[in-house]
Design a protein around this ligand. Structure first.
Ligand code: TRP
Length: 455
């Protein structure tokens, strides 16, 4: 297998195009829907600290590793890993790491799309003024009505999958670049408005800042630590090859360090803003911080229902959230499609239809978890909870561990120096030490901790 100099699927037009697309992938439901609710479930501050530490120590170096691997291999994750492994005289079995990534993409998108569908269901409701003057109980019952109806969830899930597939068919470089450029700043502005609204609640705002930033490690369980780490992977789209594939479209001269830090900063800012927007509403309305996946759907309507122009802001907010989820969903299918195109030699259209149909079908498991299948549990988790736990807490960190080992140990020093293009100075050494020792060690410790090996 020769290493291609360019991906057959094209290249980004500039460094900014890549940053936008990768930020589009990173910023999504993970930041606005998931981060606040898992923070609420895990007691706040200490969880947030572990999450931030994981972003800095594991996330950024790993993002650099994924991009450098992707850019060197320039193919789907499976072939990329196989090609580089061969070039480095290592085992071709590394391809299985790519295969696990592709599988993870299938599983994540299947539930991601259903949640994005719920956000979509809120768009017409917000614009129609359904949230006008809504109480906490009212917001809860609006959300219940949506999730308890499998047909409604299915309709929105189907729509979201079709939207995602429509972009992927045309190739991500074309549509994505322009849309993200507009969506991200707008989303940022509405989030700031929501934070300002929360700020005006007075005491609940201070309570939220305390909740998010006062570290009380006694509240943090082993599972909480794992969830914080898993979320660092999830929110940065790491551990499954999505960023690797985006990296394969990256022009050769771009600085991998700069783009990685930029993306991580933007992603983290959005998550923290979402937390500061949501918790004041939680505390001001006597809601339960640990309410779970329904948290944003039960809190944000209250804010929109009581602020001037809330009808419009609410409608736009949920629309932007759907767009953010869209640009993330795209990055979850892209590796699968690229793989099908390269391996099976079929058209992009066909590959997208195959992948999309399977994901759509898998989505039924999540849909039913909220209604008729609420009692179908395994290990005490519903199908949705199980998919989420398995992918975010196990498969992504495991993928990340192996990617770090691949970049740090399997690839020769000279290859990574060459690909990262930041010379062989102390900065490079910091990356290499993190990739070789710190990242794998941290992941292994957290896994071991969970299964109780260390006690
Ligand atoms: N990062 C996205 C979010 O926070 C979700 C996502 C997109 C993702 N692509 C991914 C998660 C790849 C893991 C792997 O919403």
């Amino acid at each position: 297998m020769e290493r291609p100099v360019k991906s057959i699927h094209g290249e980004w037009t500039s460094r900014w195009a890549f940053i936008l697309a990768a930020t589009g992938s990173a910023v999504g439901l993970g930041n606005i829907w998931k981060f606040p609710y898992i923070t609420g479930e895990n007691g706040g501050g200490a969880f947030v600290i572990v999450y931030l530490a994981c972003i800095a120590i594991i996330g950024i170096p790993l993002m650099m590793s994924e991009i450098l691997i992707g850019r060197r291999g320039r193919q789907n994750p499976i072939n990329t890993l196989a090609t580089i492994a061969k070039e480095e005289n290592r085992s071709p079995h590394w391809r299985w790491l790519g295969a696990m990534g592709v599988l993870t993409g299938f599983l994540i998108l299947s539930y991601y799309s259903v949640i994005a569908g719920q956000a979509m269901a809120y768009v017409p409701r917000a614009f129609a003024g359904v949230f006008e003057g809504v109480t906490a109980d009212g917001a809860i019952s609006i959300h219940k009505a949506i999730v308890s109806d499998p047909e409604r969830l299915l309709a929105w899930h189907t729509l979201f999958m079709l939207m995602t597939m429509a972009v992927v068919v045309r190739g991500v470089q074309k549509g994505l670049e322009k849309s993200v450029r507009i969506i991200m700043p707008l989303l940022f502005i509405i989030l700031l408005m929501l934070v300002a609204y929360g700020f005006n609640t007075g005491a609940p705002f201070h309570q939220s800042v305390d909740f998010l930033f006062a570290t009380d490690f006694s509240k943090l369980t082993h599972t909480g630590v794992l969830t914080a780490m898993g979320h660092a992977f999830f929110t940065l789209s790491l551990g499954m090859g999505a960023i690797m594939v985006y990296g394969s479209y990256l022009p050769q001269k771009t600085s991998i360090l700069k783009v990685s830090v930029t993306i991580a900063l933007m992603d983290t800012t959005v998550a923290l803003l979402a937390g500061l927007a949501i918790f004041p509403l939680v505390f001001a309305n006597g809601l339960e911080p640990g309410a779970g996946p329904s948290l944003i759907f039960e809190t944000l309507p209250i804010a929109f229902g009581h602020m001037a122009g809330g009808q419009w802001f609410g409608g736009f907010f949920f629309m932007l959230l759907v767009f953010a989820a869209w640009s993330s969903g795209i990055s979850l299918v892209e590796p699968i499609v690229v793989w099908l195109v390269e391996i099976r030699d079929i058209t992009r259209l066909r590959a997208t239809v195959y992948a999309g149909s399977i994901i759509w079908l898998l989505g039924l498991l999540t849909i039913f978890s909220f209604n008729i299948g609420m009692t179908w549990t395994l290990f005490g988790m519903t199908m949705f909870e199980l998919l989420d736990y398995l992918t975010a807490n196990i498969m992504l960190p495991l993928g990340g561990l192996l990617i770090a080992i691949f970049a740090g140990w399997t690839m020769k020093r000279s290859s990574t120096v060459d690909e990262l293009g930041m010379g062989d100075g102390w900065l490079y050494s910091v990356w290499r030490t993190l990739a070789r020792y710190i990242t794998p060690f941290a992941i292994v410790i957290i896994f071991a901790n969970l299964i109780g090996v260390l006690n």
